[in-house]
Design a protein around this ligand. Structure first.
Ligand code: NDP
Length: 342
């Protein structure tokens, strides 16, 4: 069976990847920044695995995207690199380099180490923000894998730049330094679905925010959604289909959902909770944007639902995407069960 190094194994998406790899019988080396989080990853996947055999197929390494230490040892006997680690904060830092440097330098560090250790198969977790922050030509109805984000687009933020630059760096590295390397990228939109524990990342906090009724009204804004289980499955499909997916990007998306519809879905499922479903007038949101730079980035998209194609993932990988409603409700169920929201 294949030995796979999964960087950022403590992440929301990576825990699902580790789980599916173990379920499929592979051996996993999960990299964490802090050794303290090894037990967390083990516990998160244990609840979904039968028998004990997997315990002997899960190993850990300590790796930081900003440091060279440990990469060579972590890659020993590894067949495939799945590079998921990248900073994904809820709010954007004042200094963009806090995101851009670990994302870009970390990706190049991982790819260089892979090349030095003879690992030619790399699956990179990029993002739809490396695809969608660009204006569509008028003859095109939906973004697809041929699109690249414009680093100066009004909707792009530091995180979007970090992911766009990191993915570009990966493709450039393969082209110029490692033509033998077989690279595939998975580019998810907003990832929801059930976290494997209470340490979920930024994306699920969208559902947490609605469950906490934090906002008195919701902007006419939303995002395309995909379920974390499908995102993990796409990483495994890429592993199983190296020839069919070589040199390709794969958008992971299953349709646009307005925040107000997320709220209505949750209100229907939890009728006794206080959940705000009313819409804020666009003029009011524009006023708030004068004072809040996070709100400012959504202004160009107010009332506008960009379309993203998932044709490639369906036709080549055979993904039958989980409906957004299930992804929303599965996220909410874990958030409430783990006590993250009372
Ligand atoms: P998480 O924040 O849950 O996971 C991010 C992982 O990256 C964590 O394991 C984190 O480690 C690790 N990491 C961050 N900075 C460093 C660093 N300097 N050195 C080593 N490790 C680091 O996010 P997700 O699981 O949601 O995201 C995983 C990947 O998927 C990222 O590349 C993200 O950009 C991408 N993605 C996510 C989407 C989403 O909606 N969730 C959508 C599109 C793409 P630690 O636990 O120590 O902080």
């Amino acid at each position: 069976m294949t030995r796979v190094l999964v960087t950022g194994a403590s992440g929301f998406i990576a825990k699902h990847i580790v789980l599916q790899l173990l379920q499929a019988g592979h051996t996993v080396v999960g990299s964490v920044r802090s050794a303290k989080r090894q037990a967390e990853v083990r516990t998160a996947v244990a609840a979904h695995l039968e028998g004990d055999d997997w315990q002997n197929r899960l190993f850990f390494a300590s790796l930081d995207l900003n440091a060279d230490t440990g990469w060579k040892d972590a890659m020993e006997n590894v067949d495939v690199l799945m590079h998921t680690a990248s900073p994904f904060p809820i709010s954007q830092p004042k200094n963009e380099d806090e995101l851009i440097r670990p994302a870009v330098d970390g990706t190049l560090r991982a790819l260089r180490a892979a090349k030095e250790n003879g690992i030619n198969r790399v699956i990179l977790t990029s993002s739809a923000v490396a695809v969608m922050q660009s204006n569509l030509p008028t003859d095109k109805l939906a973004h697809d894998e041929t699109d690249w984000s414009d680093l100066n687009h009004p909707t792009i933020n530091a995180y979007g730049r970090s992911k766009t630059l990191a993915e570009r760096a990966a493709w450039d590295f393969v082209q110029s330094d490692a033509p033998e390397m077989n690279l595939t990228t998975i580019n998810p939109v907003l990832v929801l679905g059930p976290p494997l524990d209470a340490n979920f990342g930024s994306s699920v906090s969208v559902v947490e925010r609605v469950l906490k009724a934090k906002d008195s009204a919701l902007p006419k804004f939303g995002l395309p959604i995909v379920d974390v289980r499908d995102v993990a499955t796409m990483h495994l499909k890429a592993l199983e289909m190296p020839d069919e997916t070589r040199g390709m990007r794969f958008l992971a998306s299953n349709g646009y959902v307005w925040f107000a519809d997320i709220a209505k879905t949750l209100k229907t499922a939890y009728p006794n909770r206080k959940i705000v479903t009313r819409l804020a007038p666009n003029a009011f949101v524009r006023f708030l944007a004068l004072f809040d730079k996070d709100i400012r980035t959504i202004i160009p998209q107010l009332g506008f639902a960009p379309k993203v194609s998932n044709d490639r993932a369906r036709s080549i990988m055979g993904i039958n995407f989980i409906p957004p409603r299930d992804a929303i409700l599965a996220a909410a169920e874990v958030i409430l069960r783990t006590g993250k929201v009372k």
